[in-house]
Design a protein around this ligand. Structure first.
Ligand code: AKG
Ligand code: FE2
Length: 884
């Protein structure tokens, strides 16, 4: 068993991409090199297991029972062997394989494309040329890579030899040596090389076939035989391509690569007077190409002149097996293409040259839905938890929580604020209408991005749940029902309110291929406003209360209704999906195009990570009394619970901290906020004496999960994007609550007392914790920084936008008031104006002040060095803590 690598190829790939995006060329190259190497090791182990298990079991004695039982008995034994072998070879990795999307990237040689660019940036042109060429081998129509290769070739020091296929096996080289020897009439060496190249070929071909036996996810719920056949065919098509993949010489595919060996060999054997083998080589060649005239003439010659008979023409065994195997495989494929009940064009695209990567791979064609399958799994990691399924809700229905965070709910419901209720008291806005609003006011782009991204995720989630290849959005809209009980009920006496905002008298018959997904945007806490499902007799069978982030999925044909809510407003994002592409609402696509344009082609979505999740548990334990994100405090400003200036101050101070950290670490690339929040930890009631060893926040790192053995594992669904952390303390009138850096065994390395204005900054991978707060309330502004701009904290932009709008409205109001009152009492107007101006200017001066403070205090007070990690302590003269 190999020691598992610290990071597996999928993680390294992910990091490589990030480094590439950050312009960290060295990190990019090193991550991609390591990822390619790890992938090769990994695949070697996996195929080794497949081959040895199969050989071991196949050669074991067969039980003399009927064919089928015997066969599956063997399969069971092979599978048992495989599990053991994988566990032994791969250790923990066997349990958490990389997603097949990543594997496809490796199969398709995508890492080499990144690699060539990063190497180019590092001015490693020879290496860049090799990587580019390696990528080119599977992407021969790729203009950009062709241009890059031309460019590299023109550079000084780069020669033809540098353009080598880094993924090549030894077959080509050996074959080339054979050819050279042959042309130099060195028959012995020619024979040696051609025999070796054949041996390598058969070996590689076997490995290639074993590599095809990967996972498969089924469409629908096929019965046993169909499930086996489906998976088998996918494997078989993949295996059939192995010949194409290995029969390459130079950069060209050689159609008769295997049989050509026997052509050369027959002549070489003849030349060294090995008639026995020469005759067998003739027979082998004719097996592959029965109508080849030259070889038939040769055969006649041997018969005539060397006294050999027909019975001597025995093909070589390994070639014969290879040939017969391929013959059966191609018969099966022919059969499937022409006669199989499955639509053959769906099953395989004859012209596709999957391996060369210019067309979608066979797997995609054959199994399009599989890309969605892991999606639900993956969503769990983002906090989407299924809480009711068919058993509780009725068949083909699902409800889950956590699809949106509170911030998201507010941002999305904002779109509908200006809409007036219709005659039934329902407010709604569709995506095209949102687009129109945005076109008019040119704002809300960030919110729109969030909305479309969420709709898309939802669409994938629903597709995954119904195991459907692709579902199209027929309609998406936001629907709000006013919470005012009696009035609503009257409106709906003779019809059944629907989630889409309508109220229907009779159910129309909808296709079974249409689906509805609803995500609630508000909490309805008084037990009203439920969604309910009915059976055929209109009896209510199950119901569900709306709650921000809760999603419900059901078939459109299933009859549902909505109870009016009596107090709270009931808002939801309603998405109607269909399998019929003609019914697709094209505006979804327009929105995407629009966003792409807005983003200068960079259509990356904001982080989906729920940053407050981890701290939530402390919150639940009563340890943390205040936990506020920027989104949350922005909302509080809107609701007039706190003043805008206070929040602006927090934004500015955190911004200043970011600058400080950037400067202190001497970074050449900017840091972006990943997440900012205010945390206050309060002493527990119980006696302080008993708590001296308690921790308020256990030892952890901010971007990886500390393992019992002291290592720290980056989980892609957590926060690997976080590079640095900073905590700005806001008070010191407390006992306990020391921050500390820790050793991997969790013992204290060095501790820091919180103090108003003190900033601790560190590499997000450093271990740290917080000791119990013994007395008082300890408040801090926690900040996490990333170098990946696509994680840039959306709430910060949102807050700025909300505030500037509020300010603009404030100004408008001032002008309006001014005009109105001007004509009446001039003196009063002046006073009023003065008041408003004052508060505005104080907002500006507050933020300006804090910026000046930052400029004065960029120097750090003390350094704490922990090995190769960077920790730093800085003092920031902050304004009064009460301001926050
Ligand atoms: O409040 C502190 O001093 C540290 C908090 C922390 O480490 C975290 O929230 O991840
Ligand atoms: Fe932390």
């Amino acid at each position: 068993q190999r020691d598992g690598p610290e990071f597996t190829y999928d993680i390294l790939y992910e990091r490589g991409v990030k480094a590439y995006e950050d312009g960290s060329w060295y990190a990019c190259a090193s991550h991609f090199y390591r990822s390619i190497q790890d992938y090769q090791f990994y695949m070697e182990d996996v195929t080794h297991c497949r081959l040895t298990c199969k050989k071991g079991v196949i050669s074991a004695e067969a039980v003399d029972i009927d064919f089928e039982l015997n066969y599956y008995w063997k399969i069971v034994k092979i599978s048992d062997c495989l599990q053991r072998c994988n566990r032994e070879k791969l250790g923990k990795r066997a349990e958490t394989p990389a997603s097949h999307l990543v594997n496809e990237k490796f199969e398709d040689r995508v890492p080499y494309d990144y690699l060539q660019f990063c190497l180019f940036k590092l001015e490693m042109y020879k290496e860049a040329a090799a990587s580019a060429y390696t990528y080119f081998i599977t992407h021969q129509d790729h203009q950009r890579i062709i241009d890059s290769m031309k460019y590299y070739r023109g550079l000084e020091g780069v020669t033809d030899e540098d353009f080598k296929d880094l993924e090549r096996n030894d077959i080509q080289d050996t074959y080339a040596s054979g050819l050279n020897a042959y042309h130099a009439s060195d028959w012995t060496s020619a024979i040696e090389n051609f025999e070796e190249s054949l041996r390598l070929y058969f070996e590689e071909e076997e490995k290639c076939r074993a590599a095809c036996e990967g996972p498969y996810s089924h469409k629908g719920h096929p019965d046993f035989t169909n499930a086996v056949a489906d998976h088998f065919l996918v494997v078989l098509f993949c295996q059939y391509k192995c010949e194409e993949k290995l029969s390459v010489f130079g950069k060209e595919f050689q159609p008769n690569f295997v049989s050509e060996h026997y052509n050369y060999l027959q002549y070489s054997y003849f030349k060294v007077n090995d008639m026995d083998k020469a005759v067998r080589a003739v027979a082998t060649f004719i097996l592959f190409q029965p109508n080849n005239e030259t070889m038939l003439k040769n055969k006649a010659y041997y018969k005539r002149n060397s006294g050999v008979h027909q019975r001597h023409f025995i093909p070589f065994e390994e070639a014969k097996q290879y040939y017969e195997r391929r013959k059966i495989v191609s018969d099966i494929i022919d059969y499937v293409k022409t006669k199989h009940a499955l639509s053959p064009d769906k099953l395989v695209d004859e012209t596709s040259n999957a391996w060369r990567g210019t067309k979608p791979s066979l797997k995609e064609i054959n199994n399009p839905h599989s890309i969605y399958q892991p999606f639900m799994e993956y969503s769990k990691d983002f906090g989407v938890t299924i809480f009711a399924e068919s058993a509780e809700l009725g068949s083909s229905r699902l409800a889950a929580d956590g699809f949106l965070h509170d911030d998201h709910c507010r941002i999305i419901s904002d779109f509908i604020r200006k809409r007036k209720p219709g005659s039934t008291g329902v407010r709604q806005i569709t995506i095209p209408e949102i687009m129109q609003d945005i076109a008019k006011e040119n704002e809300n782009v960030i919110s729109l991005r969030l909305l479309t991204e969420r709709i898309e995720s939802f669409q994938q989630y629903i597709s995954a749940y119904y195991n459907s290849a692709v579902l199209f959005v027929k309609q998406a809209k936001i629907v709000c029902r006013e919470g005012d009980g009696e009035w609503e009920k009257k409106q709906h006496e003779d019809c059944i309110p629907q989630e889409d905002g309508s109220c229907i008298k009779t159910f129309s018959h909808l296709s079974d291929q249409e689906y509805i997904g609803v995500v609630y945007l508000t909490n309805v806490t008084d037990g009203t406003g439920e969604l309910y499902f009915m059976d055929k007799d209109k009896q209510i069978k199950s119901s569900l209360a709306p709650k921000c982030g809760r999603l419900v999925i059901f078939k459109a044909s299933q009859q549902h209704g909505v109870n009016p809510s009596s107090v709270n407003e009931r808002c939801s994002l309603y998405v109607h999906l269909t399998s019929n592409v003609n019914d697709e609402d094209k505006s979804q696509r327009q929105v995407k195009e629009f966003l792409n344009k807005m983003d200068e082609g960079r259509a990356k979505q904001p982080s989906e990570v729920n940053n407050t999740e981890i701290l939530q548990q402390f919150y639940d334990q009563g340890n943390i009394k205040i936990l506020r994100s920027i989104g949350c405090i922005t909302f509080m400003v809107k609701e007039k619970m706190i003043s805008m200036n206070d929040v602006l101050l927090a934004l500015d101070i955190s911004e200043m901290s970011r600058h400080l950290v950037e400067k202190f670490l001497n970074l050449s690339h900017p840091l972006y906020f990943d997440f900012t929040h205010l945390v206050c930890r309060t002493a527990k009631e119980e006696a302080a004496e008993n708590r001296s060893n308690d921790l308020s926040h256990p030892v952890h790192a901010d971007n990886c999960v500390l393992q019992p053995d002291g290592t720290c594992i980056m989980e892609l669904h957590l926060y690997p994007q976080r590079r640095y952390s900073a905590i700005l303390y806001l008070n010191e009138d407390i006992e306990g609550g020391d921050f500390f850096f820790a050793y991997p065994n969790k013992t204290v390395q060095v501790s820091v007392k919180p103090k108003c204005g003190r900033l601790v900054a560190f590499n997000a991978g450093d271990f740290h914790g917080v000791k119990a707060v013994l007395k008082g309330q300890r408040c801090a502004l926690a900040m996490w920084y990333t170098m990946d701009s696509s994680y840039n904290e959306i709430s910060r932009k949102y807050a700025r936008r909300v505030f500037s709008k509020m300010e603009a409205e404030g100004k408008k109001r001032t002008i309006r008031e001014k005009n109105n009152v001007q004509n009446a009492v001039k003196n009063k107007v002046q006073n009023k104006n003065a008041g408003i101006q004052k508060s505005q200017s104080s907002s500006k001066s507050a933020s300006k002040e804090s910026k000046d403070v930052g400029a004065e205090h960029t120097d750090n007070e003390s350094d704490v060095s922990t090995g190769n990690k960077i920790n730093s302590l800085m003092e920031v003269k902050s304004t009064d803590k009460e301001e926050l």
